[in-house]
Design a protein. Structure first.
Lengths: 100, 477
């Protein structure tokens, strides 16, 4: 077994993801099976291989350097706030973060 | 009822046989008559008719028409559309209306396209059957008891059923090519960096690409032409020049060297698929192509690599759904509990599974064993392709090992579902262009797709071959 119930709980905590008891067990089993399958990568000796951190090569990327810092208009705050579940223009309102 | 092509639309509009408004209306009535397919999640009639009227006004004044003037096009619901709901097939974005257009969307509209609406897809583009949509699966128009493929199932089905002349989908591990194959329409992803992803709601940023579905390869080329090219809003879009794809289509394919990697023709391929692909290879031979056996030794590791990298990137990209700035919120007095409840209630089963896996492979103590290992094997897979393209001009494989399967057939076994992408994920990992082009049908019923890969930024060659194959009548079994 690659992954335990405690591992799934820890990961769910890291990802801020509520999981039901049933989900916990189902995902543990399924993710375990997937990790077993992924284990086949260990058949390969990759000790001298550089990881592929970029898809494009340097000559294919347009701007390795930063662009000019020019101010451009942003989408209206009012329009963006309309998409928020609990707006308090010009702010997004969230539950209390700091306890007194 | 026959499906329109882009050239057909162009001629009919020019000859005033139909107006852009009438054409849009015709498509909306087709969509209404095919509601059972569940191909669309939202229709943007107001925007579509306004655009159609602009095109009709241009025609009336005799102005030169842009390349997609009046062409009705559908958009996968992961592409941001100003004023039109964009849900990603998820409950967490059920009421989300983007304030801006994705660059690909803006470019289509600037080229005269009439944007009909948003197509159904697997939630956040995670799936191979469209069964992970929070709004129900799409049915395959060729066989309605079967899946259309995924994740861009709605975009494929819409074109196949004549509910759009072309559409955009996105491909992360096969999500354009595989549904294209299963619904029997040409479908293409360009090279990584070829099409701007600004406004594409991210799943896995080192893999995601936008590309077209259409009724023929020429139309695929036309749409790709419009959306390709540098965009300052996406630093991963390249300045590499965009060739005139339509002009390149006519170039001869005789003498081209086609790599046939034996790793793609082993056990696990459905016999009906094999029969059609073999007939397809025979067609390529009659076109004068030289088939050359090649080795792609790391092919068998691609699914394992893909499900490390894609889930790791997804777990990071999906962190933004926190109930604060957009989408669903499930209230709680505590901020952290609000996050947890919102995400627990808003995401579907496959998305949660991938967040769990992706967070796990990135977590302390496992990063080297999984994520770093995955990145290294990804380099080996990319090297396989570079080695192959030193010897051949293109690589030809089946798109999918199986034809469209029955709804519900694989939903309980995620790993079996993942293995449906076995021939497509390699090209995704390597960043190269690929197309799926129709290649006969299993028992005269279920479409088969032939996949053509080219080297990075070799879209013109891929399109040429696909076009020649299509012109030769595709495979006949």
């Amino acid at each position: 077994m690659k992954i335990t119930r405690e591992d799934v709980l820890r990961v769910a905590e890291l990802a801020y993801l509520d999981l039901s008891e049933t989900e916990l067990e189902t995902y543990r089993k399924q993710v375990d099976e997937i990790l077993e399958y992924i284990g086949k990568l260990n058949e390969l000796d990759t000790s001298t291989v550089e990881p592929m951190a970029q898809v494009l090569t340097d000559d294919q990327t347009a701007d390795a350097t930063l662009r000019e810092d020019i101010e451009v208009p942003c989408h209206g705050a009012a329009e963006l706030l309309k998409q928020a579940p609990d707006p308090e223009p010009p702010y997004f309102r969230v539950p209390k973060v700091i306890e007194r | 009822m026959t499906n329109w092509t882009i050239d057909g639309v162009k001629e009919s509009l020019a000859a005033k046989k139909i107006s852009a408004r009438e054409l849009a209306a015709e498509h909306y009535s087709r969509i209404a008559a095919s509601k059972n397919l569940n191909a669309y999640l939202a229709l943007s009639e107001e925007r579509a008719f306004a655009q159609a009227d602009r095109v009709d006004a241009m025609i009336a004044t005799g102005k030169p028409l842009p390349p997609l003037a009046g062409v009705p096009i559908a958009l996968k619901d992961v592409l941001s559309t100003r004023g039109v709901p964009t849900t990603c097939g998820s409950k967490i974005l059920e009421n989300y209306i983007p304030p801006y257009d994705a660059t690909a969307v803006a470019r289509l509209e600037a080229a005269g396209a009439v944007l009909l609406g948003k197509t159904n897809c697997d939630e956040f583009a995670m799936g191979s059957s469209n069964e992970n949509s929070a709004y129900g699966p799409v049915l395959n128009p060729e066989a309605t008891d079967r899946i259309p493929g995924g994740s861009s199932g709605g975009s494929a089905a819409a074109v196949a059923a004549g509910l759009a002349v072309a559409s955009l989908g996105t491909d992360t591990g096969g999500s354009i090519r595989q549904p294209g194959a299963m619904c029997g329409v040409p479908a293409m992803m360009g090279s990584y960096g070829r099409v701007s992803r600004y406004g594409l709601i991210a799943f896995a940023s080192s893999l995601d690409r936008i590309g077209p579905f259409a009724n023929n390869v020429r139309d695929v080329a036309t749409v790709l032409q419009v959306i390709a090219g540098r965009d300052p809003n996406d630093s991963t879009s390249t300045t590499a020049p965009v060739p005139d794809y339509r002009a390149e289509l006519a170039k001869p394919v005789a003498g081209l060297r086609i790599g046939i990697p034996k790793q793609y023709y082993g056990a696990g391929m459905h016999t009906g698929v094999r029969k059609n692909i073999e007939a397809g290879l025979a067609v390529l031979k009659t076109l004068g192509c030289r088939l050359i056996d090649i080795e792609m030794p790391h092919t068998d590791y691609a699914i394992a690599v893909y499900y490390i990298i894609a889930t790791a990137e997804a777990s990071s990209n999906l962190a933004r759904y926190d109930g604060v700035r957009f989408g669903l919120r499930v209230s709680d007095d505590s901020l952290l509990a609000m996050y947890r409840k919102t995400r627990g209630a808003g995401f579907g089963a496959e998305v949660k599974r991938r967040i769990v896996l992706g967070t796990y492979v990135l977590s302390a103590g496992y990063y080297d064993a999984y994520y770093l290992k995955g990145q290294k094997v990804r380099a080996l897979i990319a090297q396989d392709f570079r080695d192959a393209f030193a010897k051949v001009d293109a690589i030809v494989t089946p798109t999918s090992p199986v034809p469209a399967f029955k709804l519900g057939e694989r939903t309980n076994d995620p790993l079996q579902m993942y293995l449906a992408d076995i021939y497509t994920v390699t090209g995704s990992l390597a960043g190269i262009p690929g197309i799926s082009v129709p290649c006969g049908k299993v028992d005269g019923k279920l479409p088969v797709g032939l996949q053509i890969f080219g080297p990075a930024f070799g879209e013109a060659r891929v399109l040429q071959l696909a076009h020649a194959f299509e012109q030769a009548g595709g495979a006949k079994v």
